[in-house]
Design a protein around this ligand. Structure first.
Ligand SMILES: [Zn+2]
Length: 336
């Protein structure tokens, strides 16, 4: 009687199961250790001996059938869950995409790369030196001995009596020449440090140094090279002017101006009403500098130049405070 009732209920109940958790509950209810079907086998003890095999076989058949149906149902439910998951995760490819925020190069880096490109196109290579330098390469090799008054022109950060962080990229000159025989044709961009801090001076700023050494290099090569460079950087219509100046490591030395790109030379606030803007320092390499690296000044000659990147960027973009470059203020940086 019990068996017939169970056999009737079990199929109806199975049909109504909607998920895997309910199916597991169902399995325990009928086929578990204390399940309804399992319990039937235990009740056989009370039966007449001859009834037992028939009853036992009927219970086992039912048990087997239920188990098979559970497996089938389980497969159905898993498939159903999978389809549901797929539907839920469908991508709507017609939705507009989210725009990625692209960063861009810092204005200082932009100007630096522009200068590098001009010289790379002229056949120069890029050289690197050390930011932590010794006194010899930053000063003495460049014809600036210990008691030289021009050391006062550069407020140096000293690490100890002989070690400093470089005050100019000119320190790369001797490093390159010590390792390489002429011809030399390099530019050396990089960070330099001076003990100075106001609207036009930063304790850290960037310079580009240039150096050319070969047989028969004259002031004419210097003039031609820097004129081409400045006209490429500031525009073909710019006038270029060379003024006599003094640096310990060049002789003769000059400063180089371009006609003001704000007023075209008439005079304005940017050029302090002179019509000219000072851009770089330059000169023919001093014979002492050549001797210090073992070159013979009677055989080779050359010119060197250096300019500050921040100054170029400030002039070009009309920025009047150098500190803006290093404050990482996105309102400022996004403008470039
Ligand atoms: Zn002007």
């Amino acid at each position: 009687m019990e068996l017939k009732k169970i056999a009737r209920d079990v199929w109806a109940e199975l049909e109504e199961i909607g998920d895997l958790a309910a199916l597991e509950k169902f399995r325990v209810k009928y086929l578990g250790k204390k399940g309804a079907i399992t319990s039937l086998l235990r009740s056989m003890g009370n039966m007449a001996k001859e009834e037992r095999p028939i009853f036992g076989k009927a219970v086992n058949d039912l048990s087997k059938q239920v188990e098979e149906r559970i497996l089938l149902r389980e497969a159905e439910l898993k498939e159903k869950a999978r389809l549901f998951q797929l539907k839920k995760e469908t991508l709507d490819v017609t939705l507009p995409g989210r725009k990625a925020i692209l960063g861009h190069r810092h204005p200082i880096k932009q100007v630096m790369e522009e200068i590098e490109t001009i010289f790379l196109n002229m056949g120069y290579t890029i050289a690197e030196g050390f930011e932590v330098e010794d006194d010899y390469h930053n000063f003495e090799a460049l014809n600036i001995p210990k008691d030289h008054p021009s050391r006062d022109m550069q407020d140096t950060f000293w690490i100890d009596t002989d070690v400093l962080i470089r005050t100019h990229t000119s320190s790369v000159q001797s490093r390159v020449m010590e390792k390489q025989n002429p011809p030399v044709r390099i530019i050396a961009p990089g960070r330099v440090y001076r003990c100075d801090d106001d609207v036009t001076h930063s304790p850290m700023f960037h310079q580009v140094e240039g150096l050319v050494i070969d047989q028969g290099i004259t002031f004419g090569d210097l003039k031609w090279t820097l004129t081409i460079f400045l006209k490429t950087l500031f525009g073909e219509e710019r006038e270029v002017r060379f003024r006599p100046s003094y640096f310990p490591f060049t002789e003769p030395s000059c400063e180089v101006d371009v006609s003001c790109f704000a007023c075209g030379g008439v005079g304005c606030r940017l050029c302090k009403h002179t019509g000219w803007i000072e851009i770089l320092g330059s000169g023919l390499v001093h014979p002492n500098v050549l001797r210090n690296v073992g070159y013979n000044p009677m055989e080779v000659s050359g010119f060197a130049f250096g300019l500050g990147i921040e100054r170029i960027a400030m002039l070009r973009y009309g920025i009047d405070d150098i500190r803006l470059f290093f404050e990482s203020d996105m309102r400022f940086l996004r403008q470039f």
